[in-house]
Design a protein around this ligand. Structure first.
Ligand SMILES: Cc1cc2nc3c(=O)[nH]c(=O)nc-3n(C[C@H](O)[C@H](O)[C@H](O)COP(=O)(O)OP(=O)(O)OC[C@H]3O[C@@H](n4cnc5c(N)ncnc54)[C@H](O)[C@@H]3O)c2cc1C
Length: 395
């Protein structure tokens, strides 16, 4: 039995950011992660380009992680355009009037993970238990107990679950969650193209497919295609040349001919089955959920990690304050405050994103007409558009 102040399950970006936010508090943390240390230190590419808001960038700077990301790997996102089916009309979101030159930045997910690991693994007070899977977790008024698959037993005053949207710890704590398996999947890969994207991201809700092009440095983009799961499986099985031709065709050559750019460590495109999740509670006795374990967003509005980071730092701030003033770091009052604030920040974005996905993937004639009307109406409401831009920049 080893005693800690906090046990964090999951060394993904949310778990790492939370652990990092407790630097200097004197708290003793166990960070339990299933993957081996070598993989955490050098995670392979997974194809995801994360659109980070200004606030997330500032948070990563405060954690010291932003400085560990090669600037050549960061791409500015200047504008976002939404297109509907065959209509030439595009609803544009820009930085209008904010004085910023970009909506946000695109950074490969594995580099965010690598940077957060680099600043956290040797942090005084952090005991990294890598290559260790949690087999059971429970928490009660008396404290939290976690058992590892190798038989080790850990105890703490607070348990934090950051073990992904299908969190086993969430289940073991008896916290229910809305789980929406969409039956669709997302394919991501880098493509080089003939024309310049001018830093503009395009989200095109076409009939039967959703396709996004996220602008990377040079004449390169991250292509993100959503189809039913079988369609994605068939595309992912194509060789690079055929896949490039298929993406060019599906994007109607808007950026000219596209060729797939191989990424180190990836045999083909990244494939992600789409499921959204929202936990009924973000806290229980001496336990809290953060990151995707709390809110598993649909990636279409690019908010999952942004929200996860904000929530992890919200909880981290409350715990750090409690430690500083000698208060209980897992008190019901503290956990309720975290839960209320994170729910307030996340619920509208979660519900709004799901509504957009529902409206723009429905194929019946009323939905097709409604989405056209919705985009036109939004264009005529500059305050709404600027509000959305601000939300994209700083959730
Ligand atoms: C295609 C795609 C594009 C995206 N684009 C964006 C974007 O543009 N902007 C944005 O903000 N977000 C985006 N997201 C969302 C973002 O990637 C996630 O929100 C984020 O990675 C979640 O981080 P996490 O740490 O909560 O969970 P994860 O990254 O899932 O990490 C969980 C960790 O827990 C570990 N673990 C699980 N179970 C156990 C166990 N029993 N014991 C020990 N360890 C365990 C896992 O090994 C893993 O390392 C995107 C997601 C996808 C799929």
């Amino acid at each position: 039995m080893t005693r800690y102040d906090v046990i964090v399950v999951g060394g993904g970006p949310a778990g790492l950011a939370f652990a990092r936010s407790l630097a200097g508090t004197g708290l003793k943390l166990a960070l339990v992660e299933r993957q081996p240390r070598t993989v955490l230190a050098e995670p392979g590419c997974d194809g995801r380009e994360i659109a980070l808001t200004h606030r997330s960038e500032a948070s990563l700077k405060a954690l010291g992680a932003w400085q560990a990301i090669d600037p050549a790997e960061i791409s500015p996102l200047r504008e976002a355009r939404v297109l509907n089916a065959g209509s030439p009309f595009a609803l544009a979101f820009d930085t209008g009037g904010t004085g910023e030159d970009r909506l946000g930045q695109l950074v490969p997910n594995h580099l965010i993970r690598r940077a957060l690991f680099a600043v956290t693994h040797a942090q005084p007070g952090v005991d990294l238990l890598a290559g260790a899977a949690v087999s059971s977790a429970r928490a009660s008024r008396e404290g939290a107990v976690v058992e590892l698959a190798d038989g080790r037993r850990l105890e703490a005053r607070l348990l934090v679950a950051a073990d992904s949207r299908f969190s086993a710890v969430r289940e073991q704590l008896g916290i229910a969650a809305e789980v929406n398996r969409t039956g669709r999947a997302m394919m991501v890969c880098r493509v080089a193209h003939e024309r310049d994207h001018e830093g503009i991201a395009t989200e095109w809700f076409d009939y039967g497919q959703t396709i996004a092009m996220l602008p990377l440095r040079g004449r390169m983009s991250s292509a993100v295609l959503t189809l039913d799961a079988a369609g994605i499986e068939a595309l992912a099985a194509l060789d690079a040349e055929a896949l490039g031709a298929e993406i060019t065709r599906r994007f109607q050559s808007r950026l000219g001919r596209m060729t797939v750019v191989p990424q180190p460590g990836m045999a083909g495109p990244g494939v992600y089955p789409l499921a959204t999740t929202y936990a009924r509670h973000f806290a229980a006795e001496r336990a809290a959920l953060i990151g995707d374990a709390a809110v598993g967003m649909h990636p279409v509005t690019a908010h999952g990690f942004n929200l996860g980071l904000a929530g992890a730092l919200r909880l981290g701030g409350l715990v750090a304050d409690a430690a500083r003033y000698g208060r209980d770091i897992g008190s019901p009052w503290l956990l309720r405050r975290y839960e209320a604030a994170h729910r307030f920040a996340s619920r509208p974005i979660y519900a709004g994103t799901n509504a957009i996905v529902g409206l723009y993937t429905a194929e019946h004639p009323a939905a097709k007409a409604a989405r056209h009307v919705a985009l036109r109406a939004a264009q005529r409401l500059p305050r709404l558009r600027h509000g959305v831009s601000r939300m994209l920049m700083q959730p």
